[in-house]
Design a binder for this molecule. Structure first.
Ligand code: FIX
Ligand code: ZN
Length: 416
């Protein structure tokens, strides 16, 4: 064992965190065989829905309809002009663009967007995947795979050569939250599931879930739920969770990931950029864990106000793994606050971050921005332990960093 001097803890921890490969447990990225579902490159980076929300409030002379009427290139140039040239790139999402572009070799100092776009022109998606995963020190990213997506489903049905850097997650919002609009699609796929949810509908729902779980071999089943979510609940979502999702998760030993707290489309005109946040009922999470001890739950909530209660609830239920600083929480000041609070309550038994990348290039900035914060909090706690007489070793720090950046998650999904 290599003891670490007190004044070396911070540097060593930050070095170890910066060099340890990360397993990113939730992204909207796709392996190359999924084609255009994988968004990449500067125009996608700059038109990220976080920046669409920011430009819509910064320059109201262009309406959301007018903005969405532009080509992707025109949208990118508009955002660059309004959010980077006419106003300081000080928001997290804007800084993210600069971090990713610079880390991938582009020169942003000239502030000339067209030359930045030119720099990436002619790259193949395979080259870009290699470059991004290397720059982000990402060993694997978990996708968001929706069998009810008409572009994605044929890729799974045809089969493809797997890339070990992309893991599957079976996303089931289309069944749990949007069943009514997917009844015909499910029927065309061979599943008779009516919103009446009689016994045969529920059996069909279980068959749908287990069929696609067998096909995708997902690390977890996942759903994003509104802030109004309650468990148990006599609703389509509530019934399907109780009668279909939980039995299948228990039988196949697959965790269920709940992302709770979105207020969908509070401004519909902004489309994907129009979602808001609401406080969730964490009591529902506690009941899920208490009433289903044989099911593992991965939980992230969108509201800052819910973070403490989720961490406390996780102290009571080993089948609950809190993860990530989701979406509107993915900001340095909040990541630090949430990570410190979680570490004080849970030690290292949580997943501090996921990227939620929608664009491949974002993998670089989401982790470049989060790693130093995770390192700072962990180092601080080790310094305090050392101050209380503990002999901190390099091996201990390496072990805990590996846990926080992936092993916790893998152990959780793999254990029965
Ligand atoms: O439901 C989700 O997976 C959310 O992460 C997304 O829908 C959201 O649009 C997003 O990109 C958050 O970062
Ligand atoms: Zn997401």
């Amino acid at each position: 064992m290599t003891a670490v001097a007190h004044d070396q803890i911070r540097n060593l921890t930050s070095q170890i965190v910066s060099e340890t490969p990360v397993l990113d447990i939730h992204t909207h990225l796709y392996a190359a065989p999924f084609g255009d579902l994988l968004l990449w490159g500067p125009d996608e980076l700059v038109t990220y829905h976080y920046l669409i929300a920011e430009v819509s409030r910064t320059d109201s002379s262009v309406s959301p309809d007018q903005f969405y009427g532009m080509s992707k290139q025109q949208q990118a140039e508009h955002i660059w002009q309004k959010l980077f040239i006419e106003h300081g790139p000080v928001s997290e999402a804007r800084r993210g663009v600069l971090t990713a572009l610079t880390a991938l070799g582009a020169d942003v100092s000239a502030k000339d967007y067209k030359s930045i776009r030119e720099f990436f022109a002619g790259r193949s998606v395979e080259e870009h995947i290699d470059a991004v995963f290397a720059a982000a020190k990402c060993r694997a990213a978990v996708m968001t795979n929706d069998p009810l997506d008409d572009l994605e489903r044929p890729v799974w049905e045809q089969g493809f050569k797997e890339d070990p850097r992309f893991k599957a997650a079976l996303r089931i919002d289309g069944l749990l939250v949007f069943l009514e609009k997917n009844v015909d699609r499910l029927k065309s796929m061979g599943y008779e599931i009516s919103p009446a949810l009689g016994a045969s509908d529920l059996a069909e729902a279980r068959r749908f879930l287990s069929d696609w779980a067998k096909r995708m071999n997902p690390l977890y089943l996942a759903v994003s739920l509104p802030d109004s979510f309650r468990y148990p609940e006599d609703s389509i979502t509530g019934k399907l969770i109780t009668e279909a999702v939980l039995p299948v998760c228990s039988q196949m030993n697959i965790p269920f990931a709940l992302m709770i707290g979105v207020k969908r489309l509070i401004n519909p005109g902004l489309k994907l950029a129009g979602d808001g946040v609401g406080r969730s009922d964490v009591g529902s999470v506690a009941r899920l864990c208490e009433q289903n001890p044989d099911v593992k739950f991965l939980v992230t909530t969108l509201a800052l106000e819910n973070q403490h209660e989720v961490a406390v609830t996780a102290r009571k239920f080993p089948n609950l793994l809190p993860f990530g600083c989701w979406w509107f929480l993915n900001n340095p000041s909040l990541i630090e606050q949430i990570t410190r609070m979680r570490m004080e309550l849970l030690g290292t038994s949580f997943v501090p971050q996921h990227s939620d990348c929608r664009v491949l290039d974002q993998l670089v900035y989401k982790w470049t921005h989060s790693r130093p914060i995770i390192a700072q909090v962990l180092a601080e706690k080790y310094e305090l332990a050392a101050g209380a007489g503990w002999v901190v070793t390099e091996e201990e720090i390496r072990r805990d960093v590996k846990d926080l950046l992936g092993e916790n998650f893998l152990r959780f999904v793999e254990t029965r």
